[in-house]
Structure formats: structure tokens, C-alpha cells
Design a protein around this ligand. Structure first.
Ligand SMILES: O=C(O)CCC(=O)C(=O)O
Length: 337
């Protein structure tokens, strides 16, 4: 981050960009140019912004959270019907405390899902995540609803990235080439218990981290503030929910591709509300097997940013798999429950 944002995260109505996002000359449109300017400032200064005018219906966004609450309210035995194990590619339900961030246990439970791919497609690296996503049968419509939501989040992420690509002075398609032509995705459906009646403060729901991929779209409950974003001075800024919006933040892969012009921002989650909170986080990533390095166009445009702080090259899938294996090291020997 290059500036110190004060309190609110920027709010960007991206509807003018979406109207034109399939036109190759979209950059010439005044409405698009305005959105692009706002995206540039948000990505340079904060790394987080609210997206409104995103085209995903409020009905779908709300239903996704409603069915997620219904799932997490089920008895534990019911949730374990889709438990996460190595044999299903680490896809499915994990109980509270299985997830770790920087070595510390997180106070959340979750369903983890990944884009499905053919057996053998990514060789030995991909083997670990081979499997089909495990969706609960209860609530009934869960799978269908989530698959539709994933489809819409995938399209939206690609379109936001077209705007970001223009914001960096490229064509709209810089993030659709060799490294991002076949984007991977991850979705974490997360439930955070409310704070105990006798306590004022809850344990950390998800420890401070940056996201690893390109872009994240967060669909959170509107009536609890739990997500916090760190500013330059080290203050934690609450990402107060705005009904109808999604929160978008940039991840480490975008930092690499842009040669460090846009940086990912630390964030964490603490649910100090007495009520249970859900969040559905969709992560739009590079190709699974991409060797991610700064794009030539941004190395040329922003040469000064090529410092030792910018990771030069990373194979996305290798990193993801090592993260999954570290998190679930205990599952490899025992079953999870
Ligand atoms: O619960 C949230 O609001 C955000 C979750 C998050 O940061 C993550 O899953 O990476």
C-alpha cells in the first residue's frame, strides 16, 4: 500500500465497466474510464474495495448465505457426512480448529471447494487435490445454488480484472493470457461462532494473512462486522458490511503479475458479535500450473517496482498444494472428527 487510508474502504460501482466489458474498445468509454480510475486508486492505496453494480442478484447473494447458515446449524454428525479427507482431494467440511493461519488455530468451521479437473491433468502436484466437491444434501438446493454462484463469481472476477488491466495501462486482456487463460478457483464457505456470553472478545476467527490468488470476492453477513483490514499505520480497519455489495481484494499473484504495482493487504476476522457469522469467500486464481512472474508489459511500464520485495516466480499450484498439506497435516494420519 502506498497511502494511509483512514477508515472506509472505497466503494466502486462497476456497472459501466460490465456494460462494455465485451467490447475491445471499452477503454474509450467515459463510464469505463471513470471506473478504471477508481479501481486504480483502490488497488494502489488499499488493495480492498466494495463492489456494487456487480450484476449478481441480491437474491442469489442472500440465498448463498442463508443456505450456508442452515448447513452450519445442522448437528455435527450431519455435517461430517461431507467431511474433508485426503482421499477426496481435501474437499469438504472441516470442523472448528482444523484450519491454521501462521501456525495458530482459527476459530472457524468451513466447507472447502476447488475447481474440479481431470485426473492426471496436473501430474503429481495436482494429485493431492484430485476429487469432486462434496456438497451437502441438506439443505437440498445447496449444490445447484453454489454452482451457479461460482459461475457468476468467475465471470465477475474476469470482468473486474479487465478493468484492473486497463487501470495498469494495458489492454483489457493482460490477465487472460498464458498464466491466466484457464483460471483455477477456490471457494471457502466459512462459519464463525459468536462470542461467548461472558466474554467481550472472541478468539481470532481467521488470523492475519494476505490472499494468495489474483482476486477475492467476499460475501459476508450484513449484520455483523468481523472482517478487518490493516492500514499502513498498523490499525485494523473494520470492513463494515454494505448490503448488496461484495468486498473485493487483491491477492499475492496479482502483486507478482503487476511487478509489485498493486499489493495484497493483510486482513483478519474476529467475530465479536454474539451471533454466528458466515462468509463465502471466492478466490479467483491463475492457471493451476502457471509459473507466475511479472508480465513483460508491466516490467516495462513500471521498472522501478522490480525490487527484491517482488517475488520473481512462483508455480501457483505447487504453493496451493503445499499450503493444503501443511494445514491438513494431521488428516493424513488420522480421520477428521
Ligand atoms: O470471513 C471473512 O470475511 C474473510 C475470510 C478470509 O479472509 C479468507 O478466507 O481468506
Amino acid at each position: 500500500m502506498t497511502t494511509d487510508f483512514k477508515s472506509q474502504l472505497p466503494i466502486i460501482d462497476i456497472s459501466p465497466l460490465l456494460v462494455k466489458c465485451d467490447d475491445s474498445d471499452m477503454a474509450e468509454d467515459a463510464g469505463v474510464a471513470e471506473v478504471v480510475g477508481k479501481l486504480d486508486r483502490a488497488c494502489r492505496d488499499v488493495g480492498f474495495f466494495y463492489v456494487i453494480g456487480h450484476g449478481i442478484s441480491e437474491d442469489l447473494i442472500n440465498k448463498v448465505r442463508v443456505v450456508t447458515h442452515q448447513f452450519f446449524e445442522l448437528p455435527y454428525e450431519e455435517k461430517l457426512k461431507i467431511k474433508i479427507t485426503p482421499s477426496v482431494g481435501f474437499r469438504g467440511y472441516q470442523r472448528i480448529g482444523v484450519n491454521f493461519t501462521s501456525g495458530k488455530q482459527d476459530m472457524h468451521e468451513a466447507i472447502d471447494c476447488y475447481r474440479e479437473f481431470k485426473q492426471g491433468k496436473y501430474g503429481d502436484t495436482g494429485k493431492v487435490l484430485e476429487g469432486t466437491n462434496q456438497w451437502p444434501e441438506n439443505p437440498k438446493e445447496y449444490k445447484e445454488l453454489m454452482e451457479e454462484y461460482i459461475k457468476q463469481c468467475t465471470d465477475l472476477s474476469r470482468n473486474i480484472l479487465r478493468g484492473i488491466s486497463l487501470a495498469l495501462g494495458g489492454s483489457p486482456y493482460e490477465f487472460e493470457g498464458k498464466m491466466v487463460g484457464d483460471p483455477f478457483w477456490v471457494m471457502r464457505i466459512i462459519g464463525y461462532p459468536g462470542v461467548h456470553v461472558n466474554n467481550q472478545e472472541n478468539d481470532i476467527g481467521c488470523g492475519a494473512h494476505t490472499d494468495y490468488g489474483l482476486l477475492t470476492l467476499i460475501n459476508q453477513d450484513y449484520d455483523k462486522t468481523a472482517l478487518q483490514v490493516r492500514d499502513l499505520a498498523g490499525n485494523w480497519i473494520p470492513a463494515i458490511p454494505i448490503p448488496g455489495s461484495l468486498i473485493c481484494n487483491i491477492g499475492d499473484m496479482l502483486k507478482i503479475l503487476t511487478n509489485g504495482v498493486y499489493e495484497s493487504t493483510l486482513h483478519r476476522v474476529i467475530n465479536n458479535s454474539p451471533r454466528y457469522r458466515v462468509c463465502v469467500a471466492f478466490f479467483y486464481e491463475t492457471n493451476f500450473d502457471a509459473e507466475v512472474e511479472p508480465l513483460d508489459i508491466f516490467k516495462e511500464k513500471y521498472p522501478l517496482k522490480e525490487t527484491s520485495q517482488v517475488v520473481k516466480r512462483v508455480v501457483y499450484g505447487e504453493h496451493l498444494v503445499s499450503k493444503v498439506q501443511t494445514t491438513f497435516a494431521n488428516l493424513v494420519e488420522k480421520t477428521v472428527n
